[in-house]
Design a protein around this ligand. Sequence first.
Ligand code: BGC
Ligand code: CA
Length: 297
Amino acid sequence: MRRIEADLGLAATPEHGEGPLWDDRIDRLHWVDIEGRAVHTFDPVAGVDVALALDQQVGAVALRESGGLAVAAERGFGLLGADDLVTAGRTTLPMVQEVVEDPGERFNDGECDPFGRFWAGSMAKDATPGAGRVHRLDPDGSTEVVLAGLTISNGMAWSDDGTTLLLADSGSGWVDQLTIDPDAGTVLARRPHVGFHDTPGVPDGITSDAEDGLWVALYGAGEVRRLRPDGTVDLVVDLPVTKPTSCAFAGPGLDQLWITTTTEDLDDAELRAQPHAGSLFVCEPGVVGRDPFRFAG
Ligand code: BGC
Ligand code: CA
């Protein structure tokens, strides 16, 4: 097993940094500040980060075929146009479907499948066990609940054929493997894939690489792990902060791994010990990622 250290990529102070996503059309990295209610768009070459403030919390974003982003927010799914993201500003998120009726809940992580549908998980803001659900947004704007009974529905990674979805639940400490009916967009089966009960952390955001390695941000453990397809650990990326939240491959060659982190629930002493908590970190681990699938609406 190899170990490498990530470098500081963007010094930032979000309330809860999450959801990195490379946009190869503009060579920018989108990321979100869930509690801070903002979508960020970062130019890693120029070092310029632009924040779009929203009227609600924002769990995850996905690229749209037509440019701009599909957004899994506090109350439901919304859409942003490409023009919304180039300059700093403030907007009321245009909604497609308000599916989170309980104000004690919000969307968390999400990912598009190869057929242009956006899958995203909701959770209770106080992480009540069993309150998390996975919703599917179709290109025509309709939605469906496809899975219930999760706690902190978290990172997702799709197989290229859209028949398998890996899904982290931070509440259970497992990344599960879901078998999907690609035509119907429904969950046929669910079984535990890999557990993280040997660390002080819990699985948060995940991504897969071009060699079928699975990258898992371990919130609370200060590391991101690469797992081989058989589940054994290949590489550990160490961070100088305890709470990485997610990771994504980025850059024109998709050869950089960008990692978001958070200050969520850190006390004063922890914040003093981790002056870069909340910042984005980057490393070049020697493997390339996959292009994210896009929302077709
Ligand atoms: C959620 C946090 C949660 C964390 C735990 C994140 O995705 O947004 O609220 O504490 O996962 O892993
Ligand atoms: Ca997450």
